[in-house]
Write a protein of this length. Structure first.
Length: 325
């Protein structure tokens, strides 16, 4: 009996590929860059399953090009804004994701960004390489402190709560804004506030909200104008949650102290982006979940979703379970 045909749009950790090879006839895209739209449409034709990344836009056209035999779309990510879930549901195609797996890695990285920006670590390294370090100076590269500061979390899901737990060690006051989480959690020292209060009172604003029409450019010029002049903005959620032009102006004019971005709009950030001309920003290439352990677990979960789908079994992690009703 022939194995089900699947297309995997990028190289993923071997832990996931091993599972797929054992159960499926796999077409694996091995180039560093993701497939173009034309290449994606070509490779999905006739497949029973698709394992994709955030770099691929999976809409109704892709699903129809694959054909009526397409049984599953497995996203190698927690978020799934790259997939038209409604289109998949209409076609009775379950969509899988990898929830919870990257919570700790992302929270760790968000804290690393906060510390790198406020203590000006990358700036200090550039200072040395530029030959500017002549002596110890009491005013050289002064930054802020996390201890005792107020951390404002926009989005209080799994990662937001993990941030709150880490903040305890820094004796931080934690406040959060999340329309879906309005009651204080007795297990966490964090208080719900409205959006404006969070911006006005936070020394650090960390974004952990999904990308939706309501959160697109949530941090715009108006929001930035409400933040403290010593505030640091950190984004490990989705790039378009922040208006890049508004952020550039706020950083350039030093209306806020700094920013740390692991996600940008667009991705990758063009080399001629004005943001790259600033010293008070740290930008990394979407690597908040890039620990070996986390990426291996993500690959394993995505592979399990894919294999379950092509076998006609319920996905272990399905974002549109209504397809089974």
């Amino acid at each position: 009996m022939s194995k089900p045909k699947v297309f995997v749009t990028r190289l993923i950790p071997e832990k996931g590929l091993e599972l797929i090879r054992d159960s499926c006839d796999m077409d694996l895209w091995q180039a560093e860059l993701p497939p173009s739209r034309e290449e994606l449409l070509q490779h999905v034709r006739g497949v029973d399953g698709l394992l994709c990344l955030l770099t691929e836009q999976i809409d109704g056209e892709v699903m129809d090009e694959a054909g009526p035999q397409l049984k599953v779309i497995s996203n190698h990510a927690v978020g799934f804004d790259n997939i038209d879930v409604m289109a998949a549901t209409t076609r009775k195609i379950p969509v899988g994701n990898t929830p919870e797996v990257l919570t700790d890695a992302t929270a760790d990285f968000a804290f690393a960004l906060m510390m790198a920006v406020t203590r000006r670590i990358p700036e200090g390294e550039r200072y040395i390489h530029a030959g500017k370090w002549k002596t110890w100076g009491p005013l050289t590269l002064l930054g802020g402190e996390l201890t005792g500061a107020t951390l404002g979390l926009i989005g209080f899901g799994r990662i937001g709560k993990a941030m709150a737990r880490r903040a305890v060690g820094f004796e931080m006051r934690v406040i959060y804004y999340d329309p879906n989480e309005t009651k204080p959690n007795p297990d966490l020292k964090a208080s719900p506030v409205d959006f404006e209060t969070l911006l006005e009172e936070s020394d650090y604003v960390s974004l952990h909200a999904p990308l939706t029409p309501d959160t697109h450019h949530l941090i715009d010029s108006e929001a930035l104008s409400k933040m403290k002049s010593n505030a640091v903005l950190v984004n490990t959620s989705r790039g378009p949650v922040v208006d890049p032009e508004a952020l550039y102006e706020a950083l350039k004019e030093k209306r806020i102290f700094g920013a740390g971005l692991d996600v940008t709009e667009p991705e990758p950030l063009p080399l001629d982006s004005p943001l790259l001309t600033l010293d008070n920003i740290v930008i990394t290439p979407h690597i908040a979940s890039a620990s070996k352990e986390t990426r291996a677990r993500m690959a394993w979960m995505a592979a399990r979703n894919l294999i379950a789908g092509v076998k006609g079994e319920p996905l272990p992690n399905c974002v549109n379970p209504q397809v089974y009703k």
